[in-house]
Design a protein. Structure first.
Length: 259
């Protein structure tokens, strides 16, 4: 994905989660994933989110070459934010609310994550590029290579279904926070990546989230419309930033020993 020298300059700080991660550094369910990535997060001021946000502070690490890379990716992020906002408005309408049910106090300063992912080609079947998981936030926009089928989602029967790329399109996954906000009407998507192609696969994942400090629970309008879908026992209040940091600490629990 990038020259090895550039990768070293971008290597992920042992106390932060921004920058380049080498193959095998990411863990899912305790097992190493066969991908490399550059991870970027919305930047915020030091101390803004207290102790829980400390590991998320700092600046994103962009490659110096090509020179326009940072500018292009920041423009891409703005477009993905707008697209995500419009998709959420459509979901809100589909649930019987106004277009703006999700745009209350939990989305006044939405957080975001972007992962630029590379999956090496392998000569054996079923090497896990990324193990089965759900995403952490609201929506995930997955921009994948058009000519390599690697992403899989699990259906209600428990079978893994290949997500065949459609040129010019995004795959949109539902995340954990949207499941809670919708009172369980929308289910977060369990998915994994297995690149059986002998060729390297590139994917850009953009993750649209609530405010970092948002306390997330089912919205009243959806509790009223769908009272049987969720219960207070199932959907306890979750602070998004705490949920994210816990997931990252689990994902990168071997960060120090591999750095």
């Amino acid at each position: 994905m990038f020259h090895s020298g550039k990768k070293r300059r971008l290597f992920m700080d042992v106390e932060l989660y921004r920058g380049y991660q080498r193959i095998g550094l990411n863990l899912t369910n305790g097992k190493q994933d066969m991908h490399e990535a550059i991870d970027c997060y919305k930047e915020f001021k030091q101390g803004k989110h207290g102790d829980i946000g400390k590991v998320m502070e700092g600046a994103n690490q962009w490659p110096e070459n090509p020179q326009e890379y940072k500018e292009l990716m920041e423009e891409y992020i703005k477009l993905c934010i707008d697209l995500s906002r419009n998709i959420l408005r459509g979901i809100s309408l589909a649930l019987g609310g106004s277009p703006y049910e999700f745009e209350g106090k939990m989305l006044t300063d939405p957080f975001w994550i972007m992962r630029i992912l590379g999956y090496p080609g392998v000569n054996q079947e079923n090497v896990i590029g990324c193990g089965a998981h759900t995403d952490y936030g609201l929506l995930s926009l997955i921009n994948q290579d058009d000519d390599k089928t690697a992403l899989q989602v699990r259906d209600l029967a428990g079978d893994w279904i290949p997500v065949i790329p459609i040129p010019g399109s995004f795959v949109c996954n539902i995340g954990d926070m949207l499941k809670i906000l919708s009172n369980g009407v929308y289910e977060s998507t369990l998915h994994r990546v297995i690149n059986n192609s002998p060729r390297y696969r590139v994917c850009v994942g953009f993750f649209y989230e609530t405010n970092f400090d948002a306390a997330v629970e089912p919205l009243d309008i959806f509790k009223e419309k769908y009272p049987g879908k969720g219960t207070s026992q199932v959907f306890k209040r979750v602070v998004y930033g705490e949920h994210l940091v816990h997931k990252l600490q689990t994902t990168f629990q071997n960060l120090v020993e591999h750095s």
